[in-house]
Design a protein around this ligand. Structure first.
Ligand code: FAD
Length: 578
């Protein structure tokens, strides 16, 4: 067994790991990142790349200035008994400094989320905008040959492998056949992508989470960080020196054989939580009694290794969160079988809030405000179903909706719908009764539900679930499209003319919340609440500071970036200033 020496060993190459790696390298440490997959980036590379970072410099420069007490009070209301003021303050104080550090000292750039509201507009101190940032589009050519090692975006969320940025860019794609300016934008974008495919065999204009990972990876390489792919960590090393007993490194399985990596300052566990660890899912997700009834959209390589490694060193996984995962409705896409024969897990993040869609259980009844967050949607579904019933619902729309917005992995016109009908992903019925029969939904109830919903949509008021009434709902809707049709509510349109379509959604997640208990420096804590020397947790290996609540978009990546930054400062004994 050969040996490698470094100051910091980071295990996992998502936002949690790379933030710590880049910061530590700028503070003078020799850093190695070990990644289990053949490509780096993890779920972060598939993500929207949005980060909840209140009081960030881009918001302040736009005149959105709020005291720390404002987001703190929002979190206090949202998290209730589980609110941990020390960690919340540590996060909120460091977040603006983290952004300033990355934008001034590294290759990573940000775009603002100044118009993006918090999820729960009725909670006191919720914001209308200015608390989030996204990674700015990034030129993949800056990675040089290492572009081949960057995990591409989740195929089902792309167009021929081209990532589409949320916000204005996505609106252009929806409006491509309605507005000349949008058609022009989309044509240019697609032609540039095809050119990239010819020259580089992949898109080079990186957006969303792919841009975040690329920006972090370029920053890491420029600062001398070594990112080793195909190197799963198998076990932690412990030892003692003049500082006492501590974690001193890890054993990695590399393509060249097993090696020991000794890390003078410590190890950061950032393996992305347990979204594909059946045993942990069985223990922590009540809706997944065998561990298999939960189809996470997170990276398949996130099999709970970090949590297990942390436990071997005395760490404890929190079990007291409101939810153990960032829940999301997911559909199973048979079109793109993976190498292991399983299906793609498509997370429904975008179309649920658009006008003209409803979600029903097999009883043919709505159960929630479809325009609420994916997490709230799933919580409502879990609450609506009798105990023991398989967790599933149907997203239902008419032909006009299907061709304008698409439904899940079925893309809008002009992309053909035929393959998704042929493989059974999309169900179709000439009438609602036909559709109900094909899906196994109570037909009579579905007809009544649609009748009632259509009347409400024309009146613009959802008397059952208040759809379209919060700023977040508005953002998820499509006000211009609804207004053109005389629909007063941006999230509500009638389901009028067949054929009608449906896609089944099941329980899934964007990642997991329950993780190793840490303090506000990201140090892993033992059963007595004492820090384990030399051991830190980042990203979803760290128990979420939101304690299983989901108050806003970006609440995994924002803290992942910030606590990675804090961990690096702690291990070097420095103050977190940019
Ligand atoms: C479609 C989608 C959109 C999303 N959008 C957003 C968003 O906009 N904002 C937001 O906040 N969140 C979003 N999320 C959730 C977010 O992406 C994840 O919570 C986040 O990326 C987790 O970061 P991480 O660093 O913990 O893990 P990851 O990014 O998953 O990285 C973990 C890495 O560790 C590696 N690894 C695992 N085991 C080992 C081992 N033994 N040795 C070495 N390496 C190992 C894995 O291979 C992986 O590459 C989204 C998720 C999805 C699926």
């Amino acid at each position: 067994m050969s040996d490698l020496q470094c100051d910091l060993l980071v295990i996992g190459s998502g936002a949690g790991g790379l933030s710590a790696a880049v910061t530590a390298a700028h503070l003078g440490l020799k850093v190695i990142v070990a990644e289990k997959d053949p490509q780096f980036g993890g779920t972060t590379a598939w993500s929207g790349g949005w980060m909840w970072l209140p009081r960030n410099p881009l918001a302040v420069e736009a005149g959105i200035v709020e005291p720390i007490e404002e987001p703190l009070a929002y979190l206090r209301h949202e998290l209730g008994d589980r609110f941990d003021e020390a960690r919340a303050r540590a996060f909120l104080e460091a977040a603006p400094r983290m952004v300033e550090f990355f934008r001034s000292k590294t290759a990573l750039r940000f775009i603002d989320g100044n118009a993006i509201p918090d999820f729960h507009g009725r909670t006191p101190h919720a914001s209308l905008g200015g608390r989030s940032l996204c990674a700015a589009p990034f030129d993949g050519r800056r990675l040089g040959k290492r572009i081949a090692d960057l995990k591409p975006p989740l195929p089902e969320t792309t167009l021929w492998g081209m990532g589409i940025a949320s916000g204005a860019e996505l609106r252009h794609f929806f409006n491509a056949f309605r507005k000349p300016a949008s058609l022009w934008y989309v044509t240019k974008r697609v032609l540039a992508h095809w050119k990239d495919l010819l020259l580089h065999r992949r898109g080079m204009r990186l957006v969303n989470g792919n841009a975040l990972v690329a920006g972090l990876a370029v920053s890491a390489f420029e600062a001398g960080v070594e990112i080793r792919i195909n190197c799963p960590a198998r076990r932690l090393l412990r030892g003692s020196d003049e500082r006492g007993e501590r974690v001193t490194g890890a054993v990695l399985a590399t393509p060249e054989g097993v090696i020991e990596v000794r890390a003078r300052c410590g190890v950061v566990l950032a393996c992305g939580g347990f979204p594909h660890d059946e045993q942990r899912k069985r223990a922590l997700l009540p809706h997944a009694p065998t561990g298999r009834e939960h189809w996470s959209a997170a990276s398949r390589s996130n099999t709970g290794d970090g949590l297990r490694l942390g436990e071997t060193a005395g760490g404890c996984v929190a079990t007291d969160g409101a939810q153990a995962a960032a829940l999301a409705p997911v559909s199973l896409v048979p079109l793109v079988p993976r190498a292991d024969g399983s299906f793609a897990h498509f997370p429904h993040l975008i179309e649920r809030g658009k006008p003209g869609l409803i979600a029903v259980t097999r009883r043919g009844q709505r159960f929630t405000n479809e325009a609420d967050s994916y997490h709230d949607f799933m919580q409502a579904l879990l609450a609506a179903l009798p105990a023991g019933e398989p967790v599933q619902a149907w997203l239902v729309c008419d032909h006009a909706f299907m061709r304008h917005y698409g439904l899940g992995a079925a893309k809008p016109a002009p992309m053909p719908l035929g393959p998704m009908l042929a493989n059974g992903y999309v169900k179709r019925g000439t009438t609602l009764a036909d559709l109900a029969r094909v899906c196994g939904i109570d037909g009579d109830a579905l007809r009544k539900t649609v009748q009632r919903y259509n009347a409400q949509a024309l009146a613009g008021k959802d008397d059952d679930f208040a759809k379209g009434e919060t700023p977040y709902n508005h953002m998820q809707g499509d006000a211009p499209f609804a207004a053109e049709r005389g629909w007063p509510n941006p999230c509500m349109g009638p389901l009028e003319r067949g054929p009608f379509y449906a896609v089944k959604v099941v329980a899934g997640s964007l990642g997991t919340f329950a993780g190793l208990k840490t303090n506000d420096h990201a140090q892993v804590l033992d059963a007595q609440g004492q820090p384990i020397a030399g051991l830190y947790a980042g990203g979803n290996d760290m128990n979420s500071m939101m304690a299983g609540h989901y108050p806003s978009g970006g609440i995994t990546l924002g803290p992942a970036m910030t606590f990675g930054f804090l961990a690096a400062h702690h291990m070097t004994g420095g103050e977190p200033s940019p």
